[in-house]
Design a protein around this ligand. Structure first.
Ligand code: COA
Length: 344
């Protein structure tokens, strides 16, 4: 009888994955709109009014790559959360600018951060990469098989930008962040998600060469096919629609109103996209996290960078929506309850 009575209680306390720490990283070197005015035919007024960006960070230095930024984030995260490197069981790295085509960057980050007992792999979902990584990591925690999982979201966009193309080089920057996921039964953590993809969107946002379709040749290099290509207006429209619809659908699914949500954290692609999403979902801008003016679009890095910067403002139990749209097309929204208060 005792067993029977205890069973329902056990079933009720579901294991969820909660973020127990976040650490961001951006390189020191700042590139302002004024710096870009010297490189391409643009101006500060156009960039700020059309994108909301004032400056972005660029990783500079011989031999430095995405994994070096990732290792800095992860080392900082381990220190901050009092976690020993050997306790980490899995590290997922969301990026489209890995150090090499193969091997993956997750394992290079582990190597550089001294993590020896984990397995890891990369997720390629462009600007939605952190969302895809977070959900994947959460499933390992929820299943009970893993207790300490790190999700890294970052990009070194400067390595795939054509600094003579004013339509792309003004938008992107380098950087990102890492979160530690651990099990909890206190009701906080990742609650629900709607994630989508549509491969027919690949024509509008991609890198033309370097993969198996168009392996690198002298011609692909001469034709500048190893840089970001995008049809900005098309991506803009799909981004607003994709983020707004999944935010609204997820809120409806979880019976949430705008008043219930404490923070909407959108991918930082363009301030006009962010404002359009907020307006379509009736969110006041006071609840919308924005730091695009400082970092530009860091692709898989924007969401963890926002979490890192806003961490001191979050309170345990805060209801947060993370939403993104990116190349693929990939998009979606995650609903989570913040897991801790930050003590200064
Ligand atoms: N400086 C000055 N003028 C520029 C410019 C720049 N950096 N970039 C483009 N222009 C010009 C264009 O050449 C065009 O001139 P034209 O009318 O003489 O042809 C004009 O500005 C308008 O171009 P358009 O592409 O319509 O501008 P836009 O308002 O759509 O803004 C983006 C361009 C790229 C900023 C915008 O479309 C965007 O943010 N798209 C989404 C990008 C994105 O988020 N991608 C990442 C994945 S989520």
């Amino acid at each position: 009888m005792l067993l029977l009575r205890e069973q329902p209680l056990h079933i009720m306390s579901k294991i969820l994955a909660k973020i127990t720490g976040v650490q961001g990283y951006v390189p020191e070197h700042v590139v302002t709109n004024q710096d870009l005015e010297k490189m391409v035919d643009t101006n500060d007024e156009w960039i700020q009014s059309r994108t909301g960006i004032k400056e972005r960070r660029i990783l500079k230095g011989e031999g430095l790559a995405t994994s070096d930024m990732g290792a800095e984030m992860v080392k900082g995260l381990l220190k901050k959360t009092n976690t020993r490197p050997e306790e980490i069981e899995l590290l997922i790295c969301a990026t489209i600018t890995g150090d090499m085509v193969f091997p993956d960057t997750a394992n290079t980050i582990c190597d550089k951060a001294g993590i020896r007992n984990a397995f890891g792999y990369d997720i390629n979902a462009a600007c939605s990469g952190f969302l895809y990584g977070l959900i994947t990591g959460a499933k390992f925690i929820e299943s009970g098989t893993h207790k300490k999982v790190i999700i890294v979201g970052l990009d070194m966009m400067s390595s795939i930008l054509d600094y003579s193309d004013r339509t792309t080089c003004i938008i992107f920057g380098d950087g990102g962040g890492a979160v530690l996921l651990e099990p909890t039964e206190d009701g906080t953590g990742v609650q629900d998600q709607i994630l989508k993809s549509d491969g027919s969107g690949r024509d509008f946002l991609h890198m033309k060469a370097g993969g198996s379709l168009h392996p690198p040749t002298a011609e692909t290099v001469a034709n500048k096919e190893h840089y970001v290509f995008q049809e900005g207006r098309t991506v803009f429209k799909h981004a607003v629609k994709g983020m707004a619809s999944t935010v609204q659908d997820l809120m409806k699914k979880n019976k949430l109103t705008v008043d219930d949500i404490d923070w909407l954290i959108p991918h930082q692609a363009n301030i006009r996209i962010i404002k359009s999403v907020a307006s379509a979902c009736d969110f006041p801008m006071e609840k919308v996290v924005v730091n695009i003016e400082k970092y530009g679009n860091t692709t898989a890095g924007t969401l963890p960078l926002c979490l890192w910067e806003w961490e001191p403002k979050f309170k345990k139990g805060d209801k947060i929506l993370l939403t993104a749209f990116g190349g693929g097309f990939t998009w979606g929204t995650i609903y989570l309850k913040w897991g801790y208060d930050t003590t200064a």
